[in-house]
Write a protein that binds this ligand. Sequence first.
Ligand SMILES: [Zn+2]
Ligand SMILES: [Zn+2]
Length: 274
Amino acid sequence: MMGKIRNLAFTIFSFLSLSLLSACSDSSDGDINIASDFENSRTYFSTSTSVELEVVYEPDAAPLTEDTFGGGIPIWGITQANIEEVFSDRPLPVFVNVPTSLSQMTQVPTQNKTRWTVEDILQFTDDFRRNRSSAIQTYFFVAFVNGIFVNNDGVEQPSTIGLNVTGTPICFIFKDVVSAGSSGDNNALVAFLEQSTLVHELGHAFGYVNNGIPLASDHWDEENGAHCTNENCVMFWLNEGVRNLTQFVEQYMDSGSLILYGEECILDAREYLP
Ligand SMILES: [Zn+2]
Ligand SMILES: [Zn+2]
């Protein structure tokens, strides 16, 4: 049983790792300015006093929300806690609001898509996003969809579990990829995987690593894009082999901490005072 779980965990972390690669190689085209004047790290970390998530999902791609973590904390409390940690101790206090139940998220019509190009992702966002950020109010857009990502060269990315369109607040999670890696009914593991993927992609949206939020210490994995050299940080580009997701979850739960970002990434945010 343990071996089965470990294999599963290994597969899932491979997915996560691969997703990090493609998430970061598929930036938006340089000549399309899809981010508004307020959708950048400088604004998030200077004038903004609230950070909220707008979450939408296709009917068959709803995120898991029923599981709890530790002492009855809703599973989406993981994302809430990680955002709070990034935006804590600011000169201006930042209010963080993450939905924790499906009733606080928005179901959109089935898109009947098996493949998503960057253009599709931007069109979907244009169709269904309701909130845009201002100087004082920040919204990140999170979509749970069916189908898989297709990169700018037209190559399908069946292992890409999530992505952030670089330089934008747009994060996508591909539920079919989550499901493919989670045969069986270990909902707690899937729920955790969704949360850790979301925390990772939001990290890119905030400006990690060295992609908007400047480095406070030497932990930028430059060879692998906007990622962290700390293997225990959710922003590490590859977390397979030495560790696997089961160990990661066990350690994470044993630690009693909700925070998936390593201390180096947290310090970057602390010391960023634009
Ligand atoms: Zn990444
Ligand atoms: Zn880190």
